[in-house]
Design a protein around this ligand. Structure first.
Ligand SMILES: [Zn+2]
Length: 145
């Protein structure tokens, strides 16, 4: 991954009272997801209520950081100019092992290396002054279930 990422001056996330545990965990290199204690579903993005059963009994759990690429797009003209220095790059929908889908950046050498169905793992990446949850191709192969 290009070192230029750490120098990007991009607009970052603004943690709220609800999402702060997610961002704090990420700064420690951990990937945390909310889990509903009523129905057992994992939840992303962070919320006050479970989107499956509306329970407020949500707790934070360390997640695997493993997922699969559902879809992706190569970005040649970023929405914010500060990302231009690393374009083209790949934005992907990642289906997490725990269930939720999240939008993230996929770290590949070139957009042509991205594949739907690709197994990926989370990598906490320093982008300017922010730590963001990106994904990279999984190093070890996994058994299909
Ligand atoms: Zn629930």
């Amino acid at each position: 991954m290009n070192d230029i990422y750490s120098t990007l001056d991009v607009p970052g996330p603004i943690p709220t009272a609800i999402s702060e545990p997610f961002w704090s965990a990420l700064q420690r290199g951990e990937f945390a997801l909310q889990r509903c204690e009523s129905c057992g579903e994992a939840i992303f993005y962070p919320r006050a209520h479970c989107p499956h059963c509306w329970s407020e009994k949500l707790t934070w759990r360390t997640a695997s950081g493993r997922g699969t690429v559902k879809s992706f797009s190569a970005i040649h003209r970023p929405g914010h100019f500060a990302w231009s220095a690393v374009a083209p790059y790949v934005i992907a929908l990642i289906e997490l092992e725990e269930g939720p889908t999240m939008l993230s950046q996929l770290i590949v050498d070139a957009p042509a290396d991205a594949r739907v169905g690709m197994h990926v793992t989370l990598r906490a990446v320093q982008i300017g002054k922010y730590t963001l949850p990106f994904f990279e191709p999984a190093r070890e192969t996994r058994q299909e279930t």
